[in-house]
Each structure stands twice: as structure tokens, then as C-alpha cells.
Design a protein around this ligand. Sequence first.
Ligand code: SAH
Length: 373
Amino acid sequence: MDKNLQEEEFTQIIKFKPSLNKQRHQFVRDLVEKYKPKKVADLGCADCSLLRMLKFSSCIEVLAGLDICASVMKEKMHTLSPLPVDYLQPSERSLTVTLYHGSVAHKDPCMLGFDLVTCIELIEHLEESELKKFPEVVFGFMAPRIVVISTPNSEFNPLLPRVMLYRHPDHKFEWNQAQFQSWALETARCYDYSVEFTGVGHPPTGMEKIGFCTQIGVFVRKHPQTGESVQAEKPTEAVYKTVFKAVYPSLKDEKYLQNAVIGEVMFTAQIIKHRLMSKCEEYGDDPEKKSKFQPSMDCFSDYLGKLVIEKNMEPFVSGNEVYIPLARIFSFPKVNRLCGTFEKLCKLIAGKVTLSSDGSAVMLNTEPENEDN
Ligand code: SAH
């Protein structure tokens, strides 16, 4: 088939599903799943859509966005704030999201110590002078373990409807595969990274040579570096302006952990009480059965007997109170996981939960829960 005719036909039908933008972001997400970075910076983050997706990756604790255009970042930055549910159920990981206004042509210490730096459809927006400085800033100064760079593949343009010179009026250039790969290989060589090429947006069958619609280079640093040594060696002045910062509620923060533990302790205690009271009702008239689940029910008035029971794991009733040993509550997996140690449990609930005189059991009223108040 005549090549021009073939391409002409394709201009009518090339449409990516999911959209190229979604495919690029999914590519980054897969990379995050593979490498599990803790700190990720997105350069040229625009409307923060990639950051919005990445905040759900549970390995990430620090997310940063940088863009030279403050207004585009500000448009939707509120969507990066914690939601009410984040406060109701704080996550086990900590997460801080920060947006900076500045240029990738400038170094700022806030960009040190990242594990992954993403530059999705950024480099083609850079002026020649900025593009020259970019490798030194990203690979020389920031020096993350991984850098991912995506950019349009100009060889694909004839297949795209309505593309005349470039895909976007702000693009300063668009490279073919050879141009991108030689720039990337030279950059990798200079800064001691390896680079692999891939992309998203498959070419039509029979036209594989033109490559992916979006070409991607994944750079991996060849030698490990510790965050501290990097920072110590690279004193620079702060030039970026912070335009947004959100610290998510996390169980790593003692005040959220305490709330969560108290909630879980009371919930667990109510469950144990409920089970005990149901058994009481069920076996209440049968002294033989009663003694099986509550062997010392008849010796509550005996102070010594009560002490013995309090050391036990079994809940018991005395007068109008139900005593649920903390040791029993601690044996519940969620409480156990939240606190780690029995001592920590005691410390976190001290003064916040009504305990028996020796502090070994949670005390609840025997009345049904909804009549407690
Ligand atoms: N990464 C985005 C799209 C990027 S569009 C996404 O995945 O959807 C390119 C972005 O780079 C624009 O928001 C533009 O403002 C920003 N940009 C251009 N020059 C820049 C520079 N020198 N430093 C930082 N950001 C720049």
C-alpha cells in the first residue's frame, strides 16, 4: 500500500484508549509499584493530576510538585488536601505533599533526597538555555535513584489528526527517536546512570518502526548515594517558593495514634462485654453452665478473689461493672498492631479510659451500650 495513503487513512482513526495522558500516568504508577520509592518529585507538574494519582500509592511518604507556572498548579491544588475520611481513619504511613513554584533550570535544596523524579511531557516545553541546564539540575544535583522522562515522538506526528508542526503551541521542539535517545544516552553517560527506552501509545500494526507516540526514558543511577551525604555536599540557597503544603494525618503522629487506640480499645471492650452479657443471659439460670464461662462469679465480693481474676484474661462482672482485662484487649490483632507493646497500650490510654483500681482492666457499665449515656 502507498505509504502516504496508509498514513492518511490512519489520521482518521488514531485515538488512544485510555488517553495518552492516562497511559503516561499509569506508566509512572507501575514504576512506583516496581521500585517502591518513598520520596517522589514531579517536575512540570502542571495541574497536579499525576500527584493526585500518586498520593494513593502507599509506599510514598513525600510527594513534591514543581512548576514554573504557579497559576496552573493553584487551580486544583486544593484536591491534594486531606479529606475528612483521612482524619477519621488516619493512615499508617505519613504523607506530606508540597508544591513549589520554580524552574527546573535552577537548583534548590528542597529537591534533594528524592528516590524518583518524574518529568512527564516537560522537556519539550524548555527553552534551549533551560534544556542545557536541566541535566545538571536533575541528574547532577537532585541525583535521585530513578528519573523518568517522557516526550513526544515526532515520527508519530503524521498519524495524529490536526498536528501541523508540534503537538502543542508551547512546545519548543519535538524529537524523533534517534534524537531523544542520543540526548538521553549522553546524559546518562555524563551522570553515571543507565537508561532504558520504552513508551506508551502503540503504533498501528505494520508501522512499528515509527515507535511509540510518547517516548519514555527510564534512568537508573548506577551507584547508591545516601541522602545525608548528598545534602552535606551540596549547599545551595532556596530559590523555589512553596505554594502549597499538606501534612496528612498519620498514625505515626502520637496524637492520631492515641485517638485511634482509644477508639479501638473501647470498640473491642464493647464487643467483649456484649459477648459476656449475652452468655450471662443465656446461662443465667443454670449454675453449672454459668460456672464454665465465669468460674468466679460468686466471689466478686471477695477482694482477694477479684484481684486474682483481674490478672486473668477473662472478663467478669462485679456489681454494675464489667471488667475487661487489658491483656485480653491487647490480644486483639488491631489493638496489638496499633500499639506494638502492652506498655505502649497502657501509656496511650492512661487517663483517657476508665480502668480498674490497679489499671489492669477497662471498666464498663453493665447496662446495654445505648443506655450507657
Ligand atoms: N507533567 C504534566 C504536563 C506537563 S505540561 C502531566 O503529566 O500532565 C508542561 C509543564 O511544564 C507546564 O505546566 C509548564 O508550566 C511546565 N514548565 C515549563 N517550563 C518549566 C520550567 N522551566 N520549570 C518547571 N516547569 C516548567
